[in-house]
Design a protein around this ligand. Structure first.
Ligand code: ATP
Ligand code: NAG
Ligand code: NAG
Ligand code: NAG
Ligand code: NAG
Ligand code: NAG
Ligand code: NAG
Ligand code: NAG
Ligand code: NAG
Ligand code: NAG
Ligand code: NAG
Length: 820
């Protein structure tokens, strides 16, 4: 009885307290001109049915979508009471006045207010917007100047931040360590100043557009070399200086625009070699050295620089090259670029004196405030007599190679901050090291030619101390390992401990895990720990002492042979080296008798197949479209990585939903590399026995056994179809209707291609709204492209990633040519 009473009380209380959004919606309706179609300015009772408005089951507004409605007027502050709001789109209107505070709209995910005429933004604007993913305030040039504040760190889920042409001033705050999901940062056409913050090294950012600042950002762009996921970098029209950094870790980089800055130095080879590069704009800088030679399909412009020669294919003069090496050690100071023109270092170059045969005989860098190090390349200037480096801020040591300069008369390094031993120069050299350089160790041999007994004694004592120290360190290191004191005690650390206790470690560097460890962590392969059964064998769950969870795949070696896994160890050795955010890591292996065990990282949410086809039985909620799109993107990224591995390309050959594993955040990783074969460099395809799963096999692969990366693209297309329709690649329940209906790829391509039909085949669990439907259609088109009968017509995985990325991340559609 009491229980019932409480329930009734609850219900009453609940309905009485239910908040209604009609007051705020009425204010909004009255503030907008013209009143949007079907909206009422008098009676807000029906606001859930107004155009562009969507409510949840309790009539609370969750979406307001009023893009391109030619609206003027203002936004009332009451909008901040719409506490269930998730999506607010007011892009491309003429709204003006102050933006109201949206602070604490904790459910807001998407906020498009770009291309309007707002006049100010409140200082607490980003406060409490903890779910904000997509934010666009671009093209609001009427805003009063404002600053990017560190409260943006509260929006820890930001993916897309666009505030181009929004009248921002001040510096870019050092906040990016708190924004791990950020992929796109657009701040072009503002008045930002200062340097690039160190936390940009957050490796997630792919699109970084900071071009056209009124005064200009300054400093070096060194931080970019650790931004490994960069795709597009626009920094033109700023005051950036120093050399172009090493981009060798940024293999996705496609567009790099650096024009109209003060970049100096030689264009690095690492940039020229990038394989995905499509456009490089370097014009109007202070770049030096030879003209870079990009591949012909790269759009490149490097006019308006200080290259030594006009033509590509021509190297620089040897003394010019040497002086550029010297400049490199000093971080390529700007002063060297303008005052060192042409390809003859003896033609009016400042700081340099030559003899009548155009040999450099003196270099005077005294009192220039240079920082950096003393280059060993000075040794290539064989006629050098005088070298003045005094009164700078040079660090590190005096290179030994300088002693080879036979003509050297004066070397002045006084008033720097040099360290290390002074090399032994000939008696004719006047070496000036003091004042300054307090850390430079004088070398007695340079003043006395005889070696004194005390020096020998000193040396001996030094060596003894050094060895003692070394022994101590080694000892300490070992003890630390034994005790497992390493704070990042991960799986590997644990196995290393075991290995130290005498277990076998493979000489190729991958980790062999003792069978005893596997027995222990799986509770002796207890049935209760079975995660699933696959074509290769049973997969068990295990947990190491430090709590790390693993998945152990147990196979009979005979099964491996029949499945074509020869050279097991060699294969595993390669696979353990492959690490990517969207690939299931192979952590190690073990062979015990005729059984083999592969140990993978544990994926807590199981496989995509379970979530697509068995969610009801397993009591999961069905995947929504956003999750499916993200999973598709993750898979594409993982496979793209496999296809583009620097040294060798890998083909998965057995992509399917049961090989796609999910983490707690529902992000996906591609697993089961059991069938991966690496493609030798330079070979287009290789013929092997067909392996794979019916329903996902590309026709040319099934017919001829020819494997190319396009085999994976085909399978990926089928997976997209499965995610759209919720139907399996081979649906035996359709058998009686004919084989075409059973084979998803055929049915999808030949029956559903017309859009109207696809809409009927969409997975019922999705129940998409209008916007979602549009992206589903786009993905359906992609699925069709991926499954073209002719491999050449299928896009490559890089292209697939490019198409999916905006769809998965709720990007705004960028109008053609609107790149700023
Ligand atoms: N890393 C993992 N984390 C969690 N569960 C896993 C993991 N790997 C596999 N599983 C579970 O074990 C099951 C069997 O996996 P397995 O890879 O052996 O087979 P499969 O992919 O279904 O088929 P095949 O071996 O023919 O490719 C999976 O369906 C999944 O439920
Ligand atoms: C508002 O409109 C609803 C129907 O949409 C109607 O039932 C209600 O009486 C109206 N209220 C007023 C105050 O006009
Ligand atoms: C947009 O609104 C203005 C008035 O604010 C009007 O003059 C103009 O015709 C409208 N344009 C369109 C395309 O509706
Ligand atoms: C947002 O929430 C914080 C903490 O709950 C509170 O201090 C602040 O006043 C709120 N801001 C607004 C505008 O409601
Ligand atoms: C840009 O910002 C600086 C301050 O950093 C200010 O002095 C200057 O007037 C601004 N320029 C423009 C064009 O807004
Ligand atoms: C290269 O850039 C300069 C200035 O930015 C421009 O004048 C020139 O036309 C460009 N050249 C090519 C080939 O695009
Ligand atoms: C300078 O000498 C070093 C070796 O001492 C050599 O590697 C380098 O290529 C030389 N540079 C030029 C321009 O000859
Ligand atoms: C030599 O260089 C200086 C500046 O570095 C310049 O002013 C001068 O015109 C140059 N002379 C010749 C002959 O090029
Ligand atoms: C070096 O720095 C000092 C102090 O900042 C400055 O006065 C001097 O002009 C600078 N020298 C050169 C050559 O830039
Ligand atoms: C060297 O650097 C220090 C600190 O960076 C600075 O205080 C000093 O003025 C610099 N000295 C010269 C000669 O540039
Ligand atoms: C010289 O270098 C040391 C460390 O290498 C540094 O602590 C010191 O500040 C430097 N001195 C100057 C004047 O730059």
């Amino acid at each position: 009885m009491a229980w019932k009473a409480i329930n009734i009380f609850f219900l009453l209380f609940y309905s009485a307290a239910a908040i209604d959004d009609s007051a705020a919606m009425l204010k909004l309706a009255n503030a907008l001109h013209p009143t949007p179609l079907s909206w009422s300015t008098k009676n807000a009772t029906g606001y859930c049915r107004w155009d562009g408005v969507q409510c949840d089951n309790n009539d609370r507004v969750i979406i307001i979508y009023l893009d391109r409605k030619n609206l003027s007027g203002t936004l009332p502050f009451e909008i901040s009471t719409l506490t269930k709001l998730e999506h607010l789109s007011l892009q491309h209107n003429k709204l003006s006045g102050s933006l109201p505070s949206l602070a604490n709209l904790t459910l807001l995910r998407v906020l498009f207010i770009g291309d309007n005429k707002f006049t100010s933004i409140p200082h607490d604007f980003f406060e409490g917007l903890v779910r904000l993913q997509t934010f666009d305030i671009s093209f609001n040039a009427d805003l009063a100047p404002w600053f990017l504040s560190s409260t943006i760190t509260q929006c820890g889920r930001l993916v897309y931040f666009d505030a181009g042409s929004a009248n921002i001033m001040g510096t870019i705050p050092d906040i990016f360590a708190s924004l791990p999901s950020l992929r796109s940062l657009y701040l072009s056409d503002n008045n930002l100043t200062g340097t690039l913050p160190a936390s940009l090294a957050n490796p997630g950012i792919e699109f970084l557009h900071l071009n056209n600042q009124k005064i200009g950002l300054s400093g070096t762009i060194h931080v970019l070399s650790s931004m490994t996921r960069l795709r597009s970098v626009f920094l033109q029209n700023n005051q950036f200086a120093g050399p172009i950094p090493d981009f060798s870790k940024c293999q996705n980089l496609a567009k790099l625009k650096l024009s109209d800055n003060l970049f100096t130095g030689i264009v690095p080879t690492s940039l020229v070699l990038l394989t995905n590069l499509k456009a490089v704009i370097l014009s109007n800088n202070k770049l030096q050295g030879p003209v870079p030679e990009f591949r012909t399909n790269v759009q490149a412009n490097f006019s308006g620089n200080n290259f030594c020669v006009k033509d590509a294919h021509v190297g620089c003069d040897q003394q010019v090259t040497t002086m550029l090496e010297v400049a490199s050690a000093l971080g390529y100071p700007l002063t060297f670029s303008d005052s060192w023109q042409g390809n003859n270092a003896c033609k009016n170059w400042s700081y340099i004196t030559c003899n009548e045969h155009d040999w450099i005989i003196a270099v005077n860098f005294g009192k220039q405030n240079f920082t950096g190090t003393l280059s060993s390349s000075f040794a290539n200037l064989t006629r050098l007599r005088n070298l003045y480096l005094n009164d700078n801020n040079l660090t590190a040591s005096i290179p030994e190679s300088l002693t080879k300069l036979t003509q050297l008369e004066v070397l002045d390094v006084s008033n720097n901050n040099l360290t290390g031993k002074i090399p032994v120069f000939g008696a004719s050299v006047k070496l000036i090291t003091t004042p300054g350089n307090s850390l430079l160790e004088s070398n007695h041999a340079s003043t006395e030619n005889k070696v004194s007994p005390s020096l020998i004694a000193g040396l001996l004592v030094g060596i003894v101390i050094f060895i003692a120290l070394l022994l101590f360190l080694i000892f300490k290191f070992r003890v630390n390992k034994r005790l497992g004191r390493s704070r990042s005690a991960n799986v590997h650390a644990e196995w290393i401990v075991h290995n130290e206790a005498g277990y076998h470690t493979s000489n190729i560097g991958n980790v062999v895990i003792p069978i005893e460890v596997l027995q222990q962590v799986t509770d002796n392969f207890n049935e209760n720990n079975i995660l699933g059964v696959g074509g290769f064998g049973v997969v068990y769950k295990g947990e190491l002492h430090d709590g790390t969870k693993i998945a152990v795949k147990r196979m009979e070696t005979t099964a491996m042979v029949t499945k074509g896994m020869n050279g097991f160890e060699a294969e595993v050795a390669v696979l353990t080296k492959i690490r990517h955010r969207h690939l299931v890591s192979l952590l190690g292996y073990c062979i015990n008798g005729d059984e083999a065990f592969l140990v993978y990282e544990y994926m807590p949410q199981g496989t995509l197949a379970e979530h697509l086809f068995e969610w009801r039985e397993r009591g999961y909620s069905s995947l929504n479209w956003k999750q499916r799109a993200t999973i598709a993107l993750n898979v594409a990224q993982g496979v793209e990585y496999l296809h583009n591995l620097a040294q060798q390309s890998f083909i998965h050959r057995d992509l399917k939903p049961s090989n796609i594993l999910l983490g707690d955040d529902m992000r996906a990783k591609v697993g089961d590399f059991g069938l991966v074969r690496n493609v030798p460099v330079g070979k287009y395809s290789l013929e092997t026995r067909v392996a794979g799963t019916f329903g996902y096999l590309a026709p040319e692969y099934a017919a001829t056994g020819r494997v190319t990366t396009k085999v994976d693209v085909y399978a990926f297309g089928v997976i997209l179809m499965e995610m759209i329709t919720g139907r399996k690649a081979l649906d035996h329940t359709m058998e009686d209707k004919g084989w075409m209906f059973m084979h998803l790829a055929t049915w999808f391509r030949e029956d559903l291609i017309c859009r109207k039909k696809i809409s009927k085949a969409i997975d019922e669990a999705l129940n998409p709204d209008k916007d979602t439907l549009a992206t589903i259609y786009r993905v359906a088109e992609l699925a069709v492209q991926c499954t073209c009968p002719e491999p050449r017509q299928r896009p490559d995985m890089g292209m697939v990633v490019n198409i999916l990325a905006p769809l998965a991340q709720e990007w705004k559609p960028v109008a053609a040519g609107q790149e700023y």
